[in-house]
Design a binder for this molecule. Structure first.
Ligand code: DMJ
Length: 626
């Protein structure tokens, strides 16, 4: 072993020129040719002496030159360097050039790359057309309402009446270059939104933060509010007359009201609801807040502090995470309810689905957002790492018969039984795991730079396995669209329910769908993860899966008169429809599909973090200033 190391090092150690020459001569044919021949011996001796003189002469010049190297005006140095390099040239092998393809093959490779680019470009354009169709339904039948009911062709205010679809869609329109939509959305925002914020009543703190505040902040950045350059987001800016300052002003006006959820609470845990017109806040009827909701505000409030110069937003929001840091957990995993009155977790229900999901997402994303600020937020990274180890140990299992890897739940804590239930919402996790492993660069680069820890590699593997499971949750149904919740068949557990209806799927027996869980709300989580995994692994299968899902949305959810609709049952053909187009279909689902089929330099993952509603915010470059 020692010898090997010694040998390896010797290969790279620089040998003295004298050693080089004597070794070369000793091992050369001359030795054999001239053995026993005195003239040969004489010639060999002469050669050794001559060469030794030459080398020592040059070497001493070289050592002398070292003294002069420090002097910038050393003219002799050039000569000495040239002398040494001439000798070096004799003994060094020429550098190896990378293998080159013959010209005709190189031509084929580049033209097939070009074909691929065009192929995905045209698919990306189809997504843009879908976005324009979704918007046209909203604009024609529901402009100013929160959401479109595409079947009855009217609007509904399910989110408090801030015109949520308009603000949620705006950055998608900017990213897609759908300028006509930007020019329809911005005047509405300029004229109507401030009045809505001042006059409307109750809104949910979390939903309003992620959709409306997040949308305004992202629009602010993408419209060059904080002097972002084209190379930041990779989006060519063609918009004229859009004044980004308005987005910042509105964001402050809204956030000042949302802050009452924090300031009214007796602990660092905010109340769930805010009454906009009187700057007041109150808890939910059961007195509890969702863990995911209170821990999914920080990207937005931090960025607002950054661009407004006012630390109060960041300070209130970060207190939540600092407080949760101190609470007891189960291997990093947390119950899905928390009390703003006591500041303690409530109950033992642990899951990465509804009310738990984005707690884990924001641990790593807030750390990434602030990673240039020094070490003070490293506790978030540690909480994330511990939680993902907890997920791997306590929540991950494989289905039978075909072994799909899934994340289940612990409804009664770590001492209770395991439930093989997985919400579609959990499908955010593959993307988050991949992002957490490479921090937004490709897996290839991360490996080349030796950046991946054993935990990162395990998380990346889990990400890829889970992304497949999420895709199969679509592929096992008759419509090719996933149900809201899936149960997985495991040893010793016989959940009752339906199969997905696609009898040709090899996973049909692994996934069970209960009667009440057969709906699809046009959710984004799976395509979100496919987008991140494609960026990280560069594996084209993620694009193909995304395209398959997009085609199913086109086939079964598109409404002729404009918009797309949720479904009541994904296992039936034709699927019964549910009259609602959620704002996140425009804000998230179509945006992630568009980015999945597009260029990796557009909204690059090592420069942006997406909030949980897919609004990209730039990674903060300056020091943490709160
Ligand atoms: C979105 O509002 C967000 O992604 C949130 O984190 C979870 N639910 C919806 C989309 O499904």
């Amino acid at each position: 072993m020692m010898q090997d190391i010694h040998y390896d090092n010797a290969k790279f150690r620089r040998r003295s020129p004298f050693k080089v020459i004597t070794q070369a001569v000793v091992t050369s044919h001359i030795r054999y040719c001239c053995r026993g021949c005195s003239t040969g011996k004489f010639l060999m001796l002469l050669m050794i002496l001559g060469l030794t003189y030459l080398i020592t002469h040059k070497s001493s010049d070289h050592s002398a030159s070292n003294i002069h190297l420090n002097s910038a005006a050393n003219v002799g140095h050039k000569y000495v360097k040239e002398g040494v390099s001439r000798i070096d040239k004799i003994w060094r092998k020429p550098p190896r050039l990378p293998p080159q393809l013959p010209p005709d093959e190189a031509q084929n490779v580049s033209s097939s790359l070009e074909e691929q680019r065009l192929h995905w470009f045209s698919r990306k354009q189809k997504v843009k057309e879908a976005f324009v169709h979704a918007w046209s339904g909203y604009k024609n039948h529901a402009m100013g309402y929160d959401e479109l009911m595409p079947l009855s062709q009217r609007g509904t205010d399910g989110l408090g009446g801030l015109g949520a679809t308009i603000v949620d869609s705006l950055d998608t329109a900017i990213i897609m270059g759908a300028d006509e939509i930007v020019y329809e959305a911005v005047p509405w925002i300029e004229k109507q939104l401030v009045e809505r914020i001042e006059k409307k009543g109750q809104v949910n703190l979390f939903e309003t933060t992620i959709r409306v505040l997040g949308g305004l902040l992202s629009a602010y950045h993408l419209s060059r509010g904080d002097k972002g350059t084209i190379s930041d987001s990779g989006i060519p800016m063609t918009l004229k007359g859009v004044k980004s300052e308005i987005f910042l002003e509105l964001a402050k006006t809204l956030a000042d009201r949302l802050l009452s959820a924090f300031t009214s609470s007796p602990t660092s845990i905010p109340f769930s609801d805010v009454v906009l017109h009187d700057h007041s806040a109150h808890p939910a009827p059961d007195g509890l807040s969702s863990t995911a909701e209170v821990s999914t505000l920080q990207l937005e409030f931090n960025y607002l502090s950054e661009i407004s110069g006012d630390p109060k937003y960041r300070s209130e929001a970060m207190k939540v995470l600092e407080h949760i840091r101190s609470l007891p957990k189960v291997e990093g995993l947390v119950p899905i309810y928390i009390s703003p009155h006591s500041g303690q977790f409530n109950g033992e229900n642990i899951r990465l689905g509804s009310r738990g999901d984005s707690y884990y997402e924001y641990l790593i994303k807030v750390w990434i957002q602030q990673k240039n600020s020094g070490d003070q937020l490293n506790y978030l990274y540690q909480m994330y790492e511990e939680a993902m180890r907890g997920v791997r140990r306590l929540l991950v299992q494989k289905s039978i018969p075909k072994g799909l890897v899934f994340v289940g739940e612990l409804p009664h804590g770590s001492n209770g039984s395991f439930s093989p239930k997985m919400d579609h919402l959990v499908c955010f996790l593959p993307g988050t795991l991949a992002l957490g492993a490479t921090k937004g660069i490709t897996k290839k680069k991360a490996i080349e730079r030796n950046l991946l820890t054993p935990d990162d590699l395990e998380n990346l593997k889990l990400a890829e396995d889970l992304a497949k499971t999420c895709f199969e949750m679509y592929a096992i149904t008759s419509t090719g669209l996933a149900p809201e919740i899936a149960y997985f068949h495991i040893e010793g557990d016989s959940e009752g329910g339906l199969d997905g209806g696609n009898k040709s799927s090899e996973y049909i027996d692994d996934i069970i769908i209960k009667h009440n869980d057969r709906h699809n709300l046009l959710r984004p989580e799976t395509v979100e993860s496919l987008f991140v995994l494609h960026r990280v692994t560069e594996d084209p299968k993620y694009r193909e899966w995304g395209w398959q899902i997009f085609e199913a949305f086109e086939k079964y959810t598109k409404v002729d008169s404009g918009g797309y609709t949720s479904l009541d049952d994904v296992t039936l053909i034709p699927p019964p429809r549910r009259d609602k187009m959620e704002t996140f279909f425009l804000g998230e689902t179509l945006k992630y599909l568009y980015l999945l089929f597009g260029d990796e330099n557009v909204v690059p993952l090592d420069k942006f973090v997406f909030n949980t509603e897919a609004h990209p915010l730039p990674i903060i470059l300056s020091k943490y200033s709160a």
